[in-house]
Design a binder for this molecule. Structure first.
Ligand code: PAF
Length: 281
């Protein structure tokens, strides 16, 4: 596995590969890798001749009071996992190399970035789009592989790739869960024991919503209320949002007439977890 720390090394390698007509599959990450990331890498391994992963905790996508400073990091462990899973190139740029003095241009996503995390984390998707577009330009992937746990991120990035004519296939992969149903996330490492147990309520709320829909419920208010009531039974759970929106453009809906995504963001102490499920009537 080659490790590149500078954008120029990364770009030169990618240019040579693409000039030879070979394909690149890419998994961008913020590190502290878990099985969810590794499953994306295994999938990407099958989708291109070369597998590139990046690790960069992107300051631009964190708000002033968010967890940038406490975001978990494990550079050596991550490199070993990437090697084991068959990554060909690990790109680990520094903040100064990606955002040098004078950097001032950002990508402003449209209405799809407005609700859900876009509402509770102003500027977040601007930061995500900006870094992912930069990474796409440097890595020049044929396919970029992302997890569906970050459902809105995936939708926003697909829109960005289309709107900016980026020649990349943005692929979304299923959520990977722990044995107790909690969606894998680097942030899980910061949960205390009680918080970790109570975090199981997220997937139970999604199961409940799914069973209501299976039983014929179509009212968005009723589905959202049932999920929220269940979550509130956990004393450590502090709901940021529970919303059921159109699965394609994330717009508001009243009744479930087409696939919709039930999206949850819940804080346990300072740890904010997200989860979601697509509900199909
Ligand atoms: O999903 C993430 O880990 C990040 O948002 C991403 C896509 C690597 C951009 O920093």
């Amino acid at each position: 596995m080659q490790v590149f720390e500078t954008p120029s090394e990364m770009a030169a390698w990618a240019r040579a590969v693409r000039d030879r007509g070979e394909t690149i599959a890419f998994v961008p990450t913020m590190g502290y890798l878990h099985e969810g990331h590794l499953s994306l890498m295994r999938e990407a391994r099958e989708r291109g001749q070369h597998l590139v992963a990046s690790i960069f905790v992107n300051p631009l996508q964190f708000g002033a009071n968010e967890d940038l400073d406490t975001y978990p990091r494990d550079a050596a462990g991550d490199a070993a996992k990437c090697r084991d899973v068959g990554v060909d190139v690990l790109f680990t740029p520094t903040k100064a190399s990606l955002y040098p003095d004078g950097f001032q241009t950002t990508v402003q996503p449209g209405p799809i970035a407005g609700p859900l995390c876009g509402a509770s984390r102003p500027g977040h998707f601007e930061g995500v789009c900006t870094i992912v577009l930069k990474l796409f330009n440097l890595v020049r992937p044929n396919v970029g592989v992302f997890g569906r746990k970050d459902y809105q991120q995936l939708a926003v990035l697909r829109r960005m790739a289309r709107d900016f004519d980026v020649d990349v296939d943005v692929l979304g992969m299923p959520i990977v869960r722990e044995s107790d149903g909690v969606a894998m996330s680097s942030r899980n490492a910061r949960l205390g024991a009680d918080q970790r147990t109570q975090a199981q309520v997220l997937h139970r709320a999604l199961d409940l919503a799914e069973s209501l829909v299976a039983a014929g419920e179509r009212g968005v208010e009723a589905i959202v209320a049932a999920a929220a009531v269940l979550i509130r039974e956990q004393p450590l759970a502090d709901i940021d949002y529970v919303e059921l929106v159109d699965a394609d453009d994330l717009s508001t809906i009243c009744d479930l007439e087409a696939p919709a995504v039930l999206a949850l963001a819940v804080k346990f102490g300072s740890v904010r977890l997200i989860d979601n499920r697509v509900l199909t009537p």
